[in-house]
Design a protein around this ligand. Structure first.
Ligand SMILES: N[C@@H](CCC(=O)N[C@@H](CS)C(=O)NCC(=O)O)C(=O)O
Length: 143
């Protein structure tokens, strides 16, 4: 009877240990997948916008980019994804910012909506697009 209790305890300890290790491996894999996802998205499109569907700044920024007629504009709605919060954490690590939109041009972090609008008004956005070989149709920003 005493031996049986000892074995039971041992099995429980081994099980707990295994569950902990599996959970840690799973966390690592999730983190790796999120990193790979962000890498793939920012390098696979001329412009990538990490957005949230209800965010007015995101809408304003996407409207500007659409008006510029950029062909390969990728918009990712983080609030509609299961891993949205983890992706936002990864963006925070890379850029120091938690807010959306998070705008990337040819793998380079540009900033949020205000940054994109300022850059457009000052002509810096158009210059960068030209430098990166991204075609666009310019217009005058009214605001
Ligand atoms: N000045 C920023 C403001 C962006 C902003 O405040 N975005 C809100 C959503 S509308 C945000 O990211 N809040 C934090 C969150 O959703 O986690 C910009 O122009 O992009």
């Amino acid at each position: 009877m005493f031996l049986c209790k000892k074995y039971f305890l041992l099995v429980v300890i081994v099980l707990l240990f295994t569950v902990n290790i599996l959970a840690a491996i799973n966390d690592d894999l999730e983190e790796l997948n999120v990193k790979e996802f962000v890498d793939r998205e920012v390098s696979g499109h001329s412009i990538t916008v990490f957005s949230k569907s209800y965010c007015p700044y995101c809408r304003r920024c996407i409207t500007l980019l659409k008006k510029l007629n950029i062909s390969d504009l990728r918009v990712i709605q983080l609030d509609e994804m299961a891993e949205g919060a983890e992706i936002q954490d990864e963006l925070m690590k890379r850029t120091g910012r938690r807010t959306v939109p998070s705008v990337w041009i040819a793998k380079q972090f540009i900033g949020g909506s205000d940054d994109v609008h300022h850059a457009h008004r000052e002509g810096r956005l158009q210059k960068l697009l030209q430098e990166k070989g991204i075609s666009f149709t310019d217009f005058k920003d009214e605001l």
